[in-house]
Design a protein around this ligand. Structure first.
Ligand code: URA
Ligand code: SF4
Length: 254
């Protein structure tokens, strides 16, 4: 699939471009031709999610930035560097993470003075139009944990009234995954005033550490259950996955 001509009309939803029996690679290929909203005219290319299809963690950002728009890959610029640092500090294996964005084209406007491309926040209609790509990524990867970076991703997955500042760094119940966490966007950390920069980074890393702890606890629980069912001759039934995830949500809130 190639980039559509700028004269083509947007259809109103990415759903019009989702192939049947989609796999991640089929979705990625089809996303190149998306004109679900006007943003395909602004961005250089569609920046689809990236990472293993078996990833336990899915990180959802807002939209590609300047560097990502040029490279065609998510989180390769300054925000991605800070994200990698946070994963490292949180003991999360970067190879176990699928990274993507709520909106898959870069929305920008030229700064009159510097002529640089300035990021513009996507609006509700653009987020809604792009949502089918994210929905299909989640359905195929089936992550154990989703991490929303910033208000755009959090509102897309947790509802329009969700407040990152009030509920950051805790495991939330959701139909998208056994646990959904929200934290600030790394670009907000990078933009913090100099006297608040260190604290902002510390809080960001601390939120990511809560995700790391949740994952390690969940892995330990799965290993214990496997040992338990072997001891009982392997025929014992285990609790329903939703019961397990609810229990882990409770414990990670403590
Ligand atoms: N910011 C995002 O939200 N996503 C990216 O891919 C890069 C920067
Ligand atoms: Fe399609 Fe999303 Fe790009 Fe809009 S932003 S054209 S819906 S991929």
């Amino acid at each position: 699939m190639t980039k559509p001509k700028r004269t083509a009309k947007p259809t109103g939803s990415a759903a019009d471009f989702i192939p049947p029996h989609a796999t991640l690679s089929k979705l990625r290929a089809a996303s190149k031709g998306c004109r679900g909203c006007d943003l395909y005219k602004l961005g250089t290319q569609t920046v689809f999610g990236e990472g293993p299809g078996s990833a336990k963690v899915m990180v959802v950002g807002e939209q590609p930035g300047d560097a990502e728009d040029k490279a065609g890959r998510p989180f390769v610029g300054p925000s991605g560097k800070l994200l990698d640092h946070a994963f490292d500090a949180a003991g999360i294996d970067r190879d176990d993470v699928y990274v993507t964005n709520a909106v898959k084209h870069f929305k920008w406007a030229k700064d009159a003075r510097t002529k640089r491309r300035i990021h513009k926040t996507p609006n509700a209609g653009e987020i809604r139009a792009c949502m089918p790509w994210l929905e299909h990524e989640i359905a195929l990867v089936k992550p154990r944990v989703i991490v929303c970076l910033g208000a755009t991703a959090a509102k897309a997955l947790l509802g329009r009234t969700f407040s990152v500042m009030k509920q950051r760094g805790i495991a939330l119940e959701s139909t998208w995954a056994p646990a959904v966490f929200a934290t600030v966007h790394p670009s907000a950390v990078l933009r913090a005033p100099p006297d608040q920069r260190a604290l902002a980074e510390k809080l960001f890393v601390s939120d990511m550490s809560a995700v790391g702890r949740y994952l390690r606890r969940e892995e330990a629980r799965v290993a214990r259950r496997a040992r338990g069912s072997r001891k009982l001759g392997g025929w014992q039934t285990t609790a329903h996955p939703s019961a397990i995830s609810n229990a882990s949500i409770q414990s990670s809130r403590r």
